[in-house]
Design a protein around this ligand. Structure first.
Ligand code: CA
Length: 666
C-alpha cells in the first residue's frame, strides 16, 4: 500500500489492494454515510430549526486514499461559485466528515479531494437529492419533501395473484390521446391523474382507470432513479429507457416539473406512489445496480476502482455490455446497494424491486437484501426479482456466486427470476427472429410448455423451485413486442391474432407471478424494433387509441386475468405447488393438464381444472375424467366462467386456441 505521493495507481494495483483482507479490516465502515442530521430531538417544529436548535447537519464521505477532503456549499444546483468551503476531518476507516451547527436543507454541495496527487471534484455517492442533471448533490430534510398524508400512505392489500405491468414514466402518458393534462404528460404527476379518458371523451378510460379495469395489481416503473442519457434541461421529447444510473438514491429529474430544484422530483415521485397506492396498485421499481452511466461517477472518484470490477489483465470488466460492472461483492459496495434498496422501500414506500442483470450481482448480496426487507416489512411483503443472466463475462471476485439461473437454488425462495424458458417456449427465441415457439408452430416444444405450467426452471439443484421464484412472462421492454415477434412468422393477421390469444392464454394459466409489458394486452407494436431504448418517444409511447381499437383483445386479457385470480391451484406460490399439476396430454401441437385447484381452506367453485392448449390448425377432441365439467375460457371468450356451460365426457378444443375447464364442487 506504500506509494509515493503524486503517483497514480493503476486499476490493477488498486484491485490487489482491495482484494487483501487487510483492506476490509482497516477500511470497512458500517456507519452512516452521505448527508444526514444528528441530535435532532424535538426539532420538528418549524420554529425550532430557525432558532438553530440542537440539530446538526452532517456530511460524511468514504474515501480511504484521499489525502485531504473539502466540502463546498452552493446556493444552486448548477453554475455559480461556492459560497462556503470547509476542510473535512478524517475519522477512522477512511471516512471524512464535516458537521455544521445549522440546518442546511436546500443547500447544494460537492467535495474536493486530493487523491493520487490530483485534485478531484465529486458529488456524493450517497446523495439523496441533487441539482439538475445530478452534477451537484443537495442536502435535504426529507420530511419536508413528503406530500400531505404521506405518513398514512399504505400499499393496497395483496390479492390472490400478483399481475405486474411494466411501464415507463414517459411512455405511459405521452400520447395526447391518453387525455392527460398537457403539463403532466410524460411526468411523475401523470400517475396522480384520476379518471382520464380517451381524448377526454369521458367514455373510454385510459391511464390508471384502464389498468384497474384490466386487473393489473402491480405497476413496475422502468428506471426512476437519476440517469444520465437524457438532458434534464433539454427537449421534453427526448427519450431513453434510463438504464444508465448516475445517482442511485435520487429520482430522475426529467420526469419532474422542475429538475432544477432538488426537492421537487422527490415530492413528485412520492406523490405518484401515493396516488398509485390510493388507486389500488402496488409499485415496483426497476433498479440497475450492475453498472453506471460511465466511469465518471462519484463512486470512481471517491474510491478509484473499488466499486468496479477489473479483470486480471487490468482492463475494465464489461459483463453488462454497458462499459463497466459494479463490484457488488466488495463490502462497501454491498453496503451502498443494500442501503439504497432499503431507502427506496422506506422513504418512497416502493413495494418491490426488479433487478436489472441480476446475474451480475452476487447471490450473497441478493439474499441479504431479501432478508433485510423481510425483517423490516414482513416476509415476502416486498417483491424481489430480476434478470438471472448477464450480457457477458464479468470479473466477479473469487469465492462469490453470480445470481444467475444456474444458481437460483442458492437464492432465497422469495427472489424471483424471469423465466426465459417459458417466454421462448411460447413465442420462440428472442435472438432468432424467425424461429417460432409453440403457438406459431415450433416442433417439440410441448414438454417445455408443460414444464412452464409448473413454473419449472430446469434447475437440477438440491431443491425444487417454488413459483415464488418465477416471473412468468412472454414480453418485456427488451426484444420485440409479442405482436412484432409473431408477425415475423405469421404475416396473416387473423391467424396471428389466434396465436396471440393462445400465447396469452398459456402464460396466464401457468404458475408463477405474472408479468407483461404495458400494451401487450392491446397488441403493442414498435414496428419490429428489438431494442428501442433510445428510439423516439413516438415509437415508445403507449398508444391509447390502439388500446381502444384493440378492445376485443384487451377484454380477452381482462377475462383471463379475472379468471386467474379465482384459481388457487395456479396462484399457489409454495414449494409444493407443482404437485398440483398433473400432465395428461402431450401430442404434436397439443398439450394439456389437470390442476388440483381447490384444497381445504381455499376458495374456488372448481375442484379441478383441465387446461388444454391446441396450436394445430384443426380442432382436437379429448376425453375428460368424470363429469361436472364446465367451460371457463376458450380462444374467443375469456368470460365463459361468468355463464358456464356444461361439457360432457369429451371436450373440443378449437384450432389454435386454449380451453380452460373447471369441475364444479358437488
Ligand atoms: Ca438525470
Amino acid at each position: 500500500m506504500k506509494k509515493e505521493s503524486g503517483m497514480k495507481r493503476t486499476a490493477l494495483e488498486y484491485k490487489k489492494i482491495y482484494e487483501s483482507p487487510d483492506f476490509d479490516r482497516e477500511y470497512g465502515y458500517d456507519g452512516k454515510l452521505g448527508f444526514f442530521y444528528e441530535n435532532e430531538e424535538n426539532v420538528f417544529q418549524e420554529n425550532a430549526f430557525r432558532k438553530g436548535a440542537s440539530r446538526e447537519s452532517v456530511f460524511r464521505i468514504w474515501s480511504p486514499f484521499a489525502k485531504q477532503a473539502q466540502l463546498r456549499l452552493f446556493r444552486d444546483g448548477s453554475g455559480g461559485e461556492p459560497f462556503a468551503a470547509f476542510p473535512m476531518k478524517r475519522l477512522e476507516k477512511g471516512v471524512w466528515e464535516y458537521r455544521a451547527a445549522e440546518d442546511l436543507h436546500g443547500i447544494y454541495y460537492d467535495f474536493i479531494l486530493e487523491l493520487d496527487g490530483e485534485r478531484v471534484q465529486t458529488t456524493d455517492p450517497y446523495a439523496k437529492a441533487c441539482g439538475i442533471n445530478g452534477k451537484r448533490s443537495m442536502a435535504a430534510d426529507l420530511r419536508r419533501t413528503d406530500p400531505e398524508g404521506w405518513e398514512g400512505d399504505l400499499a393496497p392489500e395483496n390479492g390472490p395473484e400478483q399481475v405486474i405491468w411494466e411501464t415507463h414514466v414517459k411512455e405511459f402518458s405521452w400520447d395526447p390521446a391518453g387525455g392527460f393534462p398537457e403539463e403532466v404528460r410524460g411526468k411523475y404527476r401523470a400517475f396522480c391523474c384520476k379518471d382520464t379518458t380517451l381524448r377526454g371523451n369521458s367514455v373510454h378510460p385510459t391511464g390508471l382507470s384502464y389498468l384497474k379495469e384490466l386487473g393489473v395489481t402491480h405497476v413496475q416503473l422502468m428506471p426512476v432513479y437519476d440517469y444520465g442519457s437524457v438532458d434534464e434541461a433539454g427537449d421534453p421529447a427526448q427519450f431513453n429507457w434510463g438504464y444508465d444510473p448516475m445517482n442511485w438514491n435520487v429520482p430522475e429529474g426529467s420526469y419532474s416539473s422542475d429538475p432544477a430544484h432538488g426537492e421537487v422530483r422527490i415530492r413528485e415521485l412520492k406523490e405518484a406512489v401515493q396516488s398509485l397506492h390510493r388507486q389500488g396498485f402496488r409499485v415496483i421499481m426497476d433498479v440497475v445496480y450492475n453498472h453506471t452511466y460511465s466511469l465518471e461517477t462519484a463512486l470512481q472518484k471517491t474510491a478509484p476502482w473499488y466499486y468496479y470490477r477489473v479483470k486480471e489483465d487490468g482492463t475494465v470488466s464489461n459483463g453488462s455490455a454497458c462499459g463497466n460492472d459494479i463490484a457488488s461483492e466488495r463490502p462497501m459496495c454491498a453496503k451502498l446497494i443494500l442501503e439504497s434498496v432499503l431507502y427506496w422501500a422506506e422513504e418512497y414506500h416502493m413495494d418491490g424491486f426488479r433487478f436489472d442483470l441480476m446475474g451480475l450481482l452476487d447471490v450473497e448480496l441478493m439474499n441479504r437484501i431479501r432478508a433485510a426487507l423481510d425483517e423490516r416489512f414482513g416476509k415476502g411483503e416486498k417483491l424481489v426479482y430480476g434478470e438471472p443472466w448477464e450480457a457477458g463475462y464479468t470479473a466477479m471476485e473469487k469465492g462469490f456466486r453470480q445470481a444467475v439461473k444456474n444458481n437460483v437454488r442458492h437464492l432465497d425462495e422469495n427472489i424471483g427470476i424471469f423465466s426465459d424458458r417459458t417466454r421462448d417456449a411460447v413465442r420462440g427465441s428472442v435472438f432468432r427472429l424467425k424461429e417460432p415457439g409453440f403457438v406459431n408452430g415450433a416442433q417439440g416444444t410441448e414438454g417445455a410448455i408443460l414444464n412452464s405450467a409448473k413454473a419449472w426452471q430446469g434447475s437440477r439443484g438440491a431443491r425444487m423451485l417454488a413459483p415464488s421464484q418465477t416471473i412468468t412472462y412472454i414480453s418485456a421492454h427488451d426484444n420485440q413486442t409479442l405482436w412484432d415477434k409473431l408477425a415475423e412468422t405469421t404475416p396473416d393477421e387473423e391467424e396471428r391474432r389466434r396465436q396471440y390469444r393462445l400465447a396469452a392464454g398459456i402464460y396466464l394459466t401457468c404458475q408463477g407471478r405474472l408479468f407483461f409489458l404495458s400494451g401487450e394486452e392491446a397488441a403493442r407494436t414498435k414496428g419490429g424494433l428489438e431494442d428501442s431504448y433510445n428510439a423516439s418517444i413516438e415509437i415508445n409511447r403507449l398508444d391509447w387509441e390502439r388500446a381502444w381499437r384493440e378492445r376485443e383483445l384487451v377484454d380477452y386479457y381482462r377475462g383471463l386475468i379475472a379468471l386467474r385470480k379465482q384459481l388457487p391451484g395456479l396462484c399457489d406460490k409454495s414449494l409444493q405447488a407443482a404437485e398440483r399439476i398433473r400432465a395428461a396430454w402431450k401430442r404434436k401441437g397439443f398439450a394439456g393438464f389437470y390442476v388440483d385447484n381447490c384444497r381445504d381452506g381455499e376458495d374456488s367453485p372448481w375442484k379441478t381444472l383441465c387446461i388444454l392448449y391446441n396450436r394445430r390448425k384443426k380442432p382436437v377432441r379429448v376425453p375428460l375424467e368424470g363429469d361436472g365439467w364446465e367451460a371457463l375460457a376458450d380462444g374467443r371468450d375469456s368470460f365463459l366462467w361468468k355463464k358456464p356451460e356444461r361439457v360432457r365426457k369429451e371436450a373440443q378444443v378449437e384450432a389454435v386456441s386454449i380451453l380452460v375447464l373447471g369441475k364444479r364442487e358437488k
